[in-house]
Ligand binder design. Structure first.
Ligand code: NCD
Ligand code: ZN
Length: 380
């Protein structure tokens, strides 16, 4: 992080013992929370986003392209993106939908099914079309009905991915209806993820949008081949947000937001400086009427104010100095991609978030709708 020099900002007072690590950390925290007026960061990437297709793609893609140089694009279209040809065509549609001035690069993923072919995955990876492949347990979330029903069926594909160095991205929830929805991530670790990684010790794996202290502990204890993404909303909200004076469909996403102790564990992981945790918004736009319904869709649309939201969390944690690692460095290092060379700026300025945004003939309610965020994003 390069902190803009501002002579008007006094240095924080140092008291004894000023040279202890804890004291330095406290001093940094004080600066981070109250003194820093501007952050200039290496341009970040989003390692998990839903850009949709057609008119909705046209409405949302520039929100991501404005903030992020690259994004890992989820393949859960209808029908899902399973072939190299479908991913290449989808990539072309995304590139056509974004303002070329942003220089945005979509990184494509393959949607894994019981019949995924390891040779097709490896070919897509070698040709630079598939950056990674995504495992959705069947029916775990939006457009996942073609997902994997038996992980055992996936073993030949996982073998090919391990050999090719192609990362596996995991939606980590069991789908058994007899498992409490708030326990589905923790149970997934024991029943699916831990055994899978034992059988494929060389497979690069990203535990996507983690939501629990159990997931944080699992990733921390795993080898360097295992990392996790964390969303802005799981850092900001606990499950009370879904029932705050009434049912709140715009706080509903999957994996569902958990209790406060989990939010605190996610925040500690995000600001820890560990290279195993990095930014993935899971921005998932749904038209407002499809969320405000008797059976509302899962997904939170955070792309328009994503970096402002992460900055809020890191400032509250006194850890603005850790934001650049989380947003711009840990992800590319894990994926083996170069760091971005451009910069973005976050100014400490009030930024009102609209109640809703027009999109494809309907509206979408963004994350933080109606709030005023304290940071303002700009490029350069
Ligand atoms: C995502 C979507 O809408 O595509 N929804 C969500 O709640 N996150 C799917 C997903 O990532 O689970
Ligand atoms: Zn997602």
């Amino acid at each position: 992080m390069r902190q803009a020099f501002n002579p008007a900002v006094p240095l924080p007072l140092l008291s004894q013992p000023w040279n202890s690590a804890a004291m330095l950390r406290t001093t940094e925290a004080a600066m981070a929370t109250s003194e820093i007026k501007q952050l200039v960061l290496r341009q970040p990437d989003d390692w998990h986003v839903h850009l949709r297709d057609g008119a909705m793609l046209g409405a949302v893609a520039n929100h991501t392209a404005r903030q992020f140089a690259r994004a890992i694009v989820m393949p859960n279209l209808s029908p899902p993106v399973t072939s190299v040809a479908a991913a290449a065509a989808y990539r072309d549609r995304i590139i056509a939908a974004v303002d070329p001035a942003y220089g945005f690069t979509p990184l494509m993923t393959a949607y894994l099914t019981d019949s995924s072919d390891g040779a097709e995955l490896a070919r897509g990876h070698a040709e630079g079309v598939f950056t990674a492949a995504k495992l959705y347990p069947a029916n775990a979330t939006t457009n996942s009905s073609f997902g994997v029903t038996r992980v055992a069926a996936l073993y030949p594909a996982l073998e090919a991915m391990q050999k090719a160095g192609m990362p596996l991205l995991v939606h980590g929830e069991v789908t058994d209806r007899d498992i409490d929805i708030f326990d589905r991530e923790a149970v997934f670790i024991d029943r699916v993820l831990a055994p899978l990684l034992k059988d494929f010790p060389g497979l690069k794996a990203v535990f996507e949008h983690i939501t629990t202290a159990e997931a944080v502990a699992f990733v921390e204890a795993a080898g360097a081949n295992v990392a996790a993404t964390i969303t802005p909303h799981h850092l900001a909200l606990n499950r009370n947000a879904m029932f705050d004076g009434g049912i709140r469909p715009h706080a509903y996403c999957l994996p569902v937001i958990k209790r406060e102790r989990h939010r605190l564990a996610l925040r500690a992981a995000a600001v820890s400086g560990s290279a195993k945790f990095f930014l993935g918004t899971d921005s998932a736009p749904h038209a407002a009427p499809t969320k405000e319904a008797a059976c509302g869709c899962a997904g939170i649309y955070n792309a328009p104010y994503a970096m402002e939201s992460y900055a809020k969390t890191f400032a509250e944690e006194g850890a603005l100095d850790r934001l650049e690692g989380f947003a711009s460095e840990h992800g590319p290092r894990f994926y083996g991609l170069p760091l971005n060379t451009g910069t973005v700026t976050l100014d400490r300025l009030d930024t009102p978030v609209p109640a809703d945004l027009p999109a494809a003939g309907t509206t979408i309610v963004p994350f933080h709708a109606g709030e005023t965020l304290q940071w303002r994003f700009s490029r350069g």
